[in-house]
Design a protein around this ligand. Structure first.
Ligand code: FAD
Length: 438
């Protein structure tokens, strides 16, 4: 059987083998039958969502049975009164956002891969994105779900209740489990009131420490109006300008820029609130310059710069990508140490820093690095996380690529428990074997 090349890899660039079969089921019963047969025959399954993952989790091995969820993409129902959507797991994030908007609601999880990634994949990786500072991660937007277990049985836990204290919350077994414990087939999603048109600004920040001070100031002055706080290094912005053709909103030099978004609350204009907060930050010297978008098209240009990740991944490929998590207080020391070490060891590569400070997340994109270099680059970055109370993955997941480093930020006890849970639910190691833990 010839397998279409698009089922062989995700956005991490990792390839491992050619699957024996690729199935694209349309119902939970079809998924259950596929899983049951594979489990009984001792076959291994790789689950695929939109294949935008950056940790290699959806990349199949030779002979695998691939279950690709792209045809399970129906929006099943929307409760327009309570703001709840039931959806099949293969619906894309953008499809869900648009359906919510049509119903007068808002789905707050948002990331650059929105047109291709699926809500099942977002739940499996506990995706974050740009609005976590206000709405939390995917975990906070899922009320209930349905999953097919490794033996082919179906657990339907499509609760639509915010509060439910009747025993363990089973959705959390699957959210963030990266397909190792079950195939997520349907989800009950929590929608939010439409916040209306946001206000957007790009500011220059003189140093890393000021980024944390600015965030504290904006949290205090804007409260829940603050919906995005995206920092970018000067080198990142210059590359973004070249790749997108969008001119930079601010001239002059600054080591860091932050893209800030504030959304409305009843009776409060986000533009007025954001401008006033930024004026205070200018006076105190926390920022050195700022540009507030005066139109939707301005705001879109600011975001275009921040969201040029696909172009960067292509221009610098093969890249090594990081989504480390750290307490704010550790961010400055970590960035300084890692940047210096990367520059010294790989002077010919490009090293770019950006992230979502509000949710403790710093991304590093470095390349080009041939596959033989990947482990050394990872060792360099992850070893700097030790002792800093961080995580090797704030939002992309562990997959195959980060598995060797899980012990750098998770304790022995935690890893032993992850293994026990996997063994209890999947004794024959059928679903997504080799991801997260062995
Ligand atoms: C340009 C770009 C920007 C990105 N920005 C962000 C960002 O801001 N924040 C962020 O968190 N991520 C980001 N990502 C990473 C990626 O989009 C997310 O990890 C996303 O959640 C993956 O969804 P997917 O459907 O593509 O999953 P896939 O890549 O197909 O799979 C990811 C993992 O989930 C498993 N899986 C997929 N579907 C299911 C299912 N139905 N049931 C069980 N397991 C399943 C797979 O086996 C695999 O282990 C970005 C990626 C790109 C390319």
């Amino acid at each position: 059987m010839t397998v279409d090349a698009r089922y062989l890899k995700d956005w991490s660039g990792l390839t491992r083998g050619v699957p024996g079969e690729v199935h694209r089921p349309t119902t939970t019963d079809e998924v259950a039958a596929l899983v049951r047969d594979a489990d009984q025959q001792g076959r291994k399954i790789t689950i695929q969502g939109g294949l935008t993952g950056l940790a290699g989790g959806a990349v199949p091995d030779d002979g695998d049975v691939v279950i690709n969820m792209e045809r399970m993409n129906r929006i099943e129902s929307i409760d327009e009164v309570e703001g709840i959507m039931q959806v099949q797991a293969g619906a894309t994030l953008q499809q869900v956002q648009e359906a919510a908007a049509e119903a007068g609601w808002f789905f707050p999880v948002d990331l650059g891969a929105r047109g291709t990634c699926q809500v099942g994949g977002n739940a499996a990786t506990n995706a974050g994105g740009t609005q976590v500072v206000r709405y939390g991660t995917m975990r906070d937007s899922v009320l209930g779900l349905e999953a097919v277990l490794p033996d082919g049985s179906v657990v339907t836990s499509l609760t639509r209740l915010v509060k439910n204290s009747s025993g363990l919350d089973l959705r959390y077994l699957f959210i963030g489990s990266e397909g190792t414990l079950g195939v997520i087939t349907r989800l009950m999603l929590r929608l939010q009131p439409d916040p209306g048109a946001p206000a957007t600004a790009l500011v220059h920040v003189p140093d890393t420490a000021s980024m944390a001070l600015l965030l504290r100031h904006l949290k205090k002055t804007l409260g829940p109006q603050l919906t995005a706080y995206e920092f970018m290094s000067a080198q990142f912005l210059l590359r973004a300008k070249d790749l997108t053709g969008v001119s930079l909103p601010l001239s002059g030099d600054a080591p860091w820029s932050v893209l800030i978004q504030a959304s409305g609350l009843a009776g409060m204009d986000p533009q007025v609130a954001l401008e006033s907060a930024l004026e205070q930050a200018l006076e105190s010297g926390t920022i050195s310059d700022c540009a507030v978008a005066s139109s939707l098209s301005d705001a879109q240009k600011f975001w275009r710069l921040r969201e040029c990740i696909p172009e960067l991944l292509t221009a610098l490929k093969p890249t090594v990508n990081f989504d480390c998590g750290l307490p704010w207080a550790e961010m400055s020391g970590f960035v300084t140490e890692v940047e210096a070490a990367l520059k010294q060891k790989y002077p010919d590569a490009v090293h770019l820093f950006l992230g979502h400070l509000g949710d403790n997340n710093v991304h590093i994109l470095t390349g080009p690095h041939g596959p033989s270099e990947w482990l050394d680059v990872e060792e360099l970055v992850y070893s700097a996380l030790r002792g800093r109370q961080g995580t090797i993955s704030a939002e992309h997941g562990i997959g195959f690529l980060k598995k060797p480093f899980l012990g750098y930020t998770r304790s022995e006890g935690e890893i032993a428990l992850l293994k026990r849970v996997k063994r209890a639910l999947d004794p024959r190691n059928t679903l997504n074997p080799g991801r997260i833990v062995d």
